[in-house]
Design a protein around this ligand. Sequence first.
Ligand SMILES: [Zn+2]
Length: 387
Amino acid sequence: MDHSPLFLAKSLLRCPSVTPEEGGALSLIEGVLKAAGFEVHRPVFSEPGTQDVENLYARYGTRKPYLLFAGHTDVVPPGDPSRWRHDPFSAEIEDGELYGRGAVDMKGGIACMMAAALEFIRENPDFGGSIGFLITGDEEGPAINGTAKLLEWAKGRGERFDHCILGEPTNPNQLGDMIKIGRRGSLTGRIVVEGKQGHVAYPHLADNPIPGMLRLLEGLLRDPLDHGTDHFDASNLEVTTVDVGNPASNVIPAEARATFNIRFNDLWTPESLEAEISRRLSEAAGNGIRYTLRMEPTNAIAFLTPPNEFVGFIADAVEAETGLRPKLSTTGGTSDARFIVKDCPVVEFGLVGQTMHQIDERVAVEDLDRLAAIYRKVLNAYFAPAS
Ligand SMILES: [Zn+2]
């Protein structure tokens, strides 16, 4: 079988693996990796209220160090296929670009990881370490039967990883722009201010919750949470909605609700943030405002893989291949790296994210070859015999 990144990417793109469908994608990876000598497992995870999801874990070698490649084969729905320039699951190439749902997020990335690993193993069958693949089918969906459970499952088998590369599309504009060495956490909270409904002409018989809500939000927003760190922007609290659900102009509403979301850096944990939010609200409320605060549970903590030798391997490989020194960034939304970082340092580097989740998602064929070459250089550096 052809093990070029382009061939692997085309084969994966033709698998209609919209979450939670496997679509043939994991079977394809299983076949290729098994033929190359990997031990492959296909755990299926379940949870009441969610659909079962298939996952894949593969390992070549038994020695350390153990470098893990992680990613997902599931994709977001393509929307109306007729709005695509080429069918979203046909993997057509036009003007040097490969079209298809998942081209950059992230079947293209997986194809490059596989191509690099297979070539490295072919040329160094007895390299002194292990290479693994941790591939989930539940990243774009609820992310319940995916990476978190797969890591637990692997831990139960005694697997211990030393470092991980997650192949999400990290480059904003061109290959080589950006490596992600951490992510911000995410925390959502809801505030309800209680009042008493009444006629606007008789306000003394009612208690309008809106002024109280305004005071609470003002108290929340007045001071910045922090001023950022060497590697993180300042944490940000964004009020996402304020609702009273009142269609009438002559009624004082009974209650007001607001929701906010905080993207926070590694100066905070969800617990310390909740304490700070509670403090700000109770200060703003004084004795006059009756309100409740409810924070939603979150597994999106902030984390950082401090720039070290491993990050250096990747940055050097990127620079050698692209001529660009990648920015070490912690921007963007959450990713499965938040689960992996509990087990080993994780760095994210993949394709150019510009068209991800969009109609006509596509990747430059040239970028596939270059990303595979970057991963290949990382493998060379990572497993270079100590001299
Ligand atoms: Zn993704």
